[in-house]
Design a protein around this ligand. Structure first.
Ligand code: BEZ
Length: 387
């Protein structure tokens, strides 16, 4: 017969195995921290739609686990990022946070994710530092660094023969880092960049800055704006007549998800990005069809990044037999994943940022049409990343 001590031990073992069993069948709690209001609201919606589409395509389960969603509207407000991400981590006890669009918000999230060792995937925000000096084992990105597409645009603008450029951006990490990426590429190709004109995010009063561009007469302009701000900027640039003598370039956020609203103003614009609307691969065609059928709208780069965030999480779960608490295996599976993205297959750098082709695109109708590969397998320099 069992002694009392043995009975207690057996009961404890039973309890432990019961809770392990419950753990492995309970849904994975995914915290979506995205903008639902403001100039980036549509970008947040496309990311969420992309993520949910991938999960739905897998029958509602990835890595054998159902997904339960928790949501916070981050309002693209960095000042609220800590409180907002803590709602997901502390109140909702999520297993992973996915977010955000705005670099400043994502930096706030990444700080908390580092401190609390919470698993995090960035499905858009390009803040270089997240996969640079702030890089961490538990932090991943399925999008880009602000440097990547902007650097490629600089290289292309220099190849196009421009010598003297100006930049114009919102005055926060995405804008200043994109401007720096453009300078790196353009000056490497022999060009010279003058002033970086800026205005606060999400201000769209561009008139005074357009007047300044007209006065300085550069032979090309590079701009970083996205969402509602990009729609207004491209229209204002054309309305000012500057486009007749000074071509406007930018990372593809300037024309992605915005073409219907930009209409005639965007036609012919050249941008660089890790996605284009007519890649015409079987993988991308299937994704675009599925997305259009489900959401009655065309996919864009934000939808792709959300879709790939779900794929990356799946890679981690598969490596850990569905056990998200087995952090070493999850992280290892994610770090080594090859993502079969609609943009083309990609892997992650040692800093957990996509190493990816940057495409050259040109606007025709409502499409950012593929014109070629501006830079193949471009990796961010990941300055200061030590893991
Ligand atoms: C950013 O803040 O990092 C960002 C926002 C929109 C598009 C691209 C980058």
């Amino acid at each position: 017969m069992f002694t009392p001590t043995l009975r207690i031990l057996a009961a404890a073992m039973l309890l432990a195995s019961a809770s392990a069993g419950a753990q492995s069948t309970a849904p994975i709690k995914v915290g979506l921290m995205l903008p639902a209001t403001g100039t980036y609201a549509n970008l947040g919606q496309m990311i969420e739609n992309g993520f949910k589409l991938y999960v739905a395509e897998k029958g509602g389960k990835i890595g054998g686990r159902e997904i339960q969603y928790f949501k916070v509207d981050d309002e693209s407000d960095p000042a609220k990022a800590t409180d907002n991400v803590n709602k997901l981590i502390k109140r909702d006890q999520v297993d992973i946070v996915i977010g955000s669009v705005h670099s400043g918000v994502a930096m706030g999230m990444a700080k908390v994710a580092r401190e609390t060792n919470t698993l995090m995937i960035v499905p858009n925000a390009g803040a270089d530092i997240i996969t640079g000096a702030m890089c961490a084992k538990n932090i991943f990105r399925t999008s880009f660094t602000n440097w990547q597409p902007a650097y490629a645009m600089g290289v292309v603008a220099a190849k196009n023969g421009h010598k003297k450029a100006m930049t114009i951006t919102w005055n926060y990490a995405a804008g200043t880092e994109a401007a720096k990426g453009f300078v790196d590429g353009f000056e490497k190709g022999g060009g010279k960049v003058g002033q970086n004109l800026t205005l606060p995010f999400p201000n769209v009063e561009f008139q005074a800055l357009l007047t300044e561009i007209a006065a300085q007469k550069p032979d090309a302009v590079f701009a970083f704006f996205a969402g509602g701000g990009a729609v207004k900027f491209v229209k204002d640039y054309v309305a000012s007549g500057l486009n007749k003598t000074i071509p406007l370039y930018g990372p593809g956020f300037l024309t992605d998800g915005t073409l219907e609203a930009q209409g005639e103003a965007a036609q012919g614009m050249t941008t660089t990005l890790h996605y284009a609307d007519n890649l015409n691969t079987p993988r991308d065609n299937a994704f675009r069809l599925s997305f259009a059928k489900t959401y009655k709208t065309n996919a864009d780069v934000y939808a792709v990044q959300g879709y790939d965030a779900a794929q990356l999480l799946e890679a981690g779960l598969n490596a850990a037999g569905g056990d998200i608490k087995n952090r070493d295996k999850v992280v290892d599976g994610m770090a080594k994943a090859q993502i079969d993205s609609p943009r083309g297959k990609f892997t992650l750098s040692a800093a957990h940022n996509p190493v990816q082709d940057i495409y050259l695109r040109q606007v025709k109708g409502n499409l950012n049409e593929l014109k070629g590969v501006a830079i193949k397998a471009l990796a961010d320099p990941a300055k200061g990343c030590k893991m």
